[in-house]
Design a protein around this ligand. Structure first.
Ligand SMILES: CC(C)(COP(=O)(O)OP(=O)(O)OC[C@H]1O[C@@H](n2cnc3c(N)ncnc32)[C@H](O)[C@@H]1OP(=O)(O)O)[C@@H](O)C(=O)NCCC(=O)NCCSC(=O)C[C@H](O)C(=O)O
Ligand SMILES: [Mg+2]
Length: 299
């Protein structure tokens, strides 16, 4: 698993057409924001939403937050215009960091999208995030994640979409998510095997913050980097759930220092207060410290 240097604990969706929400996001402690052209925008409002997102991007002011635009799905009449818009914005500078493409179900589609972005002259820095939200996408999660090894795909992050998964499968979204747990874990494994990021799905009932906090804790235990959000009230609990606790960071620093001592240079295993620690624990500790430092650097 690679060292995470870009915190993606909280990733806030907002309708691309909602200028007020985008303006608000400039001062919210979210790690990333997604300006949506898909579900949150009515069919007749797609073109206006593109214009609004263009104005939002031009104005900038998002600081260290990663800015992402979600297009409509590849098989919709809006996709080509959405992709061309994102490519143009990125080529002009000040564009989004990534484009999030919904309903990806196979690696071939990612390759085609990457080629199209190249042909449209998108900036080389533009990354692709892929939504895993069809039954086929879950079944092919590893193939999709491994598409990141082909640089043409620009693939950096997978994002779960449990609303669409529920719609496509008839599986209910229930507290604890037992019916979907195996899918979530399978996707985390696929992302880790390929070395891409992975974000959990949204929690719809944004007034139920206790239930939301429980789901964040579950997502962190499952190994997600963070969670996608729909309302500012969800950011604080989400950031807390995906930040390494202070005591864990302190312990990690102690462990790294122990292995860095000259007398331990050739040792694979040492002990701290009667507990065995191996070099793999030092690797985990370095990841914890790298994430904590990156979070602290945000201020
Ligand atoms: C759900 C909402 C429509 C609720 O909005 P609203 O009624 O305005 O809520 P509040 O009155 O509580 O809002 C308080 C203030 O916060 C601002 N606000 C609200 N939501 C956002 C946001 N997402 N980002 C930024 N700011 C936000 C309001 O403007 C209020 O500000 P102020 O006026 O200054 O007081 C709304 O929250 C919303 O639209 N959320 C995002 C919906 C969305 O993007 N959905 C698509 C992504 S989820 C998805 O697609 C699922 C996935 O694909 C799957 O398959 O699972
Ligand atoms: Mg969806």
């Amino acid at each position: 698993m690679p060292t995470i240097v870009r915190p993606r604990r909280s990733v806030l969706f907002m309708p691309g057409s909602n200028a007020r929400a985008a303006s608000k996001a400039r001062s919210l402690p979210t790690d990333a924001l997604v300006l949506d052209l898909e579900d949150a925008v009515a069919p007749e409002a797609k073109a206006d939403a593109r214009e609004q997102i263009a104005a939002t991007l031009k104005e900038g002011g998002f600081g260290p937050r990663e800015v992402v635009v979600r297009t409509n799905a590849p098989d919709t009449p809006w996709f080509e215009a959405d992709l061309a818009f994102v490519a143009r914005a990125s080529a002009q500078g000040g564009g989004p960091d990534a484009v999030l493409v919904p309903k990806i179900s196979d690696p071939e589609t990612l390759i085609a999208i990457g080629r199209r972005l190249d042909a449209l002259g998108a900036a080389s820095s533009l990354r692709v995030w892929a939504m895993i939200e069809t039954p086929m996408a879950v079944l092919k999660a590893l193939d999709i994640a491994l598409a990141s090894r082909n640089p043409v795909t620009r693939l950096a992050v997978l994002v779960l979409g449990t609303n669409d998964l529920s719609k496509e499968t008839g599986t209910r979204i229930v507290p604890g998510r037992a019916p979907m747990l195996s899918w979530l874990s399978h996707c985390v494994l696929a992302a880790r095997a390929a070395g891409v990021g992975i974000l959990d799905a949204v929690w719809n009932n944004f007034r139920d913050l206790d239930g939301f906090a429980r789901e964040c804790a579950q997502a962190a235990e499952l190994g997600f980097d963070g969670k996608t959000l729909i309302h500012p009230s969800q950011i604080e609990a989400c950031n807390a759930a995906f930040s390494p606790p202070t005591a864990e960071v302190e312990e990690a620093r102690t462990l790294i220092a122990l292995f860095d001592r000259p007398e331990n240079a050739g040792r694979g295993v040492v002990q701290i207060e009667g507990r065995m620690v191996e070099r793999m624990h030092a690797d985990i500790a370095r990841r914890t410290v790298a994430l904590a430092d990156a979070i602290a650097a945000r201020g």
